[in-house]
Design a protein around this ligand. Structure first.
Ligand code: ADP
Ligand code: MG
Length: 451
C-alpha cells in the first residue's frame, strides 16, 4: 500500500470528524512523506499549518494513522514544505483496514469520535445558548439524574454538536467508568439496517442499549424512517427505564420533525428541550476572540469586528471566515489589517450570502439600468417601458442564479407562469436582437462589478 493511499484514507476519516471549515483550510496541500518504523513524517505547507497540526489536530491525526497502520505509527513529525518523493515508497507490511470492512463509529472508543476541542472550556456562553449550556452542564455533572432526555435543537452551525460532545468529554473525565456512546442518527440508522441484513440484531441491541450515556446527533434524520423509529423507540425506552442518560440534537424542535411518530416526539419532551438561537453581534465577536486566542499569531480586534459584523448566519461560517483570513495572511506573508480583512471577506461573503444578496443586486442593477422603481418592476401596468425590464429581471434571476420559477414569482410578485413565459420569450428574442444581447451583457457586467 502506498503512502499516498494511506494519507488519502486518513484524510477521508479526518474529514468526517473535523469541521469542514478547518478541514478545507488546513488539510489542503498536505501529504504523508514517510513511514519508518513507528515514525511518520507529514508534509504541511506553512509554518502556521505546522503549529496548528501540532497543537490542535495531532490527537486526531495520530489516532487515524494508528488505526490505518495497525497501531504501527507512534510519532508524527510535521515538516514544512518538503517536496514529495517522486516514487512513493511501497509499504506492504501494513495491513490496511481500508480494504476490509471499516470499523463503525459505534465500535470505536468515544475518544475517537469526540472532537478534542469540543469542550465546555472552548464553548462561549451567551444569551443565545445560555439555557442549552446550563442544561448540558447539569447533565454532564449528573448523568441520568437531572434532565433525561436532553434535547438540544437549533439551526445549522450553531453549536449543537459542540455542546453535546462537551457533555461527553466532561463525563469521560469525571466518571471514566461510565460507558459513553456517540453516534450520528444517520449512523444509527445505517447500523440498524446493516444489522438486519446481516442478521446481527442482537449485537446491535447490545451495542446501543448497553451504555450509560448515549449521544445521538441530528435526530431529524429519523424523519420518515419507520423501521429505524421503531428501533429507536425501544432503545430509548430501555435506556430511559434504567436511568441511562440520553442526549440528542436536532435541527428543529422535535414536534416539528416531519413524519416522526408522536410516541417518540412526546418522549423527547420528557426531560428538557433547549434551543440555541443565532448569535448576536456581541456574541459573534466573543466567539471570534475565543477562536483566535489559540492561534499563534495575533489578530487585531478591529479585524475581528469586521468579520463579526459581516458573517452573521452561523458560527461555522464565522470560524471558516477567520480560518481563511489567517491562512491567507500566512500564505501571502502579510499582516492581518482591517484592509486585508475587508479584502478577503469580500470573496468569502460573496460566496456565503451568495444567492440572496445576488438576487437583490440583480434587481437593483436592473432598476438602475432602466431607471425605473421597484414599484414599477413589481407593478401590473403594461407599458412597454416596464414590460422589458420585468422580463430582463426574471431572465437574469433564472439564468444567473438558477432560481425556481415560483421563487422568482414570489420575489417579483408575479405568477410563476408569467415568469416561465418571460424567460421563454426573452430567450427567443435574444437569438435575433443584438441590441438586447448587448443590453444584457452590460447589465451582467454591473452585477458582477466589484465595488
Ligand atoms: P451544529 O452541530 O449546531 O451544526 P457545531 O456544533 O458543529 O454546530 O458548531 C459549528 C462550529 O461552531 C464548531 O466549530 C463549533 O466549535 C463552533 N461553535 C458553535 N458554538 C460555539 C460557541 N458557543 N463557542 C465556541 N464555538 C462554537
Ligand atoms: Mg452538528
Amino acid at each position: 500500500m502506498e503512502l499516498n493511499d494511506i494519507w488519502q484514507a486518513a484524510l477521508g476519516e479526518l474529514e468526517v470528524v473535523l469541521s469542514k471549515a478547518s478541514f478545507t483550510t488546513w488539510f489542503r496541500g498536505t501529504s504523508l512523506l514517510e513511514i519508518d518504523g513507528e515514525n511518520a513524517i507529514v508534509n504541511v505547507p506553512t509554518i502556521f499549518a505546522k503549529k496548528w497540526f501540532e497543537e490542535k489536530y495531532h490527537p486526531n491525526i495520530i489516532k487515524t494513522l494508528r488505526k490505518l497502520t495497525d497501531n504501527k505509527v507512534n510519532k508524527i513529525v510535521y515538516q514544512i514544505g518538503a517536496t514529495q518523493v517522486d516514487q512513493p515508497k511501497r509499504i506492504d507490511s501494513f495491513n490496511l483496514i481500508k480494504n476490509k470492512s471499516p470499523l463503525r463509529r459505534s465500535e470505536q472508543s468515544p475518544e475517537f469520535w469526540l472532537r478534542s476541542d469540543y469542550t465546555f472550556k472552548n464553548f462561549v456562553v451567551g444569551p443565545n445558548n445560555r439555557l442549552a449550556y446550563a442544561a448540558s452542564l447539569a447533565v454532564a455533572q449528573n448523568p441520568g439524574k437531572s434532565h433525561n432526555p436532553l434535547v438540544i435543537y437549533g439551526g445549522v452551525g450553531l453549536g449543537k454538536t459542540h455542546l453535546m460532545q462537551a457533555i461527553g468529554h466532561e463525563i469521560l473525565s469525571s466518571q471514566p467508568e461510565l460507558k459513553i456512546l456517540y453516534t450520528s442518527c444517520e449512523d444509527f440508522a445505517n447500523d440498524f439496517v446493516f444489522s438486519i441484513q446481516s442478521k446481527k440484531a442482537d449485537s446491535f441491541k447490545k451495542r446501543y442499549r448497553n451504555v450509560d450515556v448515549i449521544l445521538v446527533d441530528d435526530i431529524q434524520f429519523l424523519s420518515r424512517k419507520e423501521g429505524t423509529q421503531e428501533e429507536f423507540f425501544h432503545t430509548f425506552n430501555t435506556l430511559h427505564q434504567r436511568n441511562r442518560q440520553i442526549i440528542m440534537t436536532s435541527d428543529r424542535i422535535p414536534t416539528a420533525i416531519p413524519d416522526l411518530e408522536a410516541r417518540l416526539s412526546s418522549r423527547f419532551a420528557w426531560g428538557m428541550v433547549a434551543d440555541i438561537q443565532p448569535p448576536n453581534l456581541e456574541m459573534r465577536l466573543a466567539i471570534l476572540r475565543e477562536k483566535s486566542s489559540g492561534s499563534p499569531i495575533k489578530i487585531d480586534d478591529g479585524a475581528l469586528e469586521i468579520i463579526a459584523q459581516n458573517v452573521q448566519n452561523n458560527i461555522r461560517e464565522l470560524e471558516g471566515a477567520l480560518n481563511r483570513l489567517i491562512a491567507y495572511s500566512q500564505i501571502h506573508q502579510v499582516e492581518i489589517t482591517k484592509e486585508l480583512t475587508r479584502e478577503v471577506l469580500k470573496e468569502i461573503i460573496g460566496q456565503l450570502q451568495g444567492k440572496k444578496s445576488t438576487a437583490r443586486k440583480i434587481i437593483q442593477v436592473v432598476l438602475d439600468y432602466y431607471k425605473i422603481t421597484k414599484e414599477d418592476l413589481v407593478g401590473k401596468e403594461r407599458f412597454q417601458k416596464l414590460v422589458y425590464p420585468r422580463k430582463v429581471a426574471i431572465y437574469l434571476l433564472r439564468n444567473e442564479l438558477g432560481m425556481s420559477y415560483p421563487n422568482i414569482g414570489r420575489e417579483l410578485q408575479k405568477d410563476h407562469t408569467t415568469a416561465i413565459y418571460s424567460v421563454k420569450t426573452l430567450e427567443r428574442e435574444l437569438g435575433n436582437n443584438d441590441d438586447l444581447r448587448e443590453e444584457i451583457t452590460a447589465i451582467r457586467k454591473q452585477i458582477y462589478r466589484e465595488d
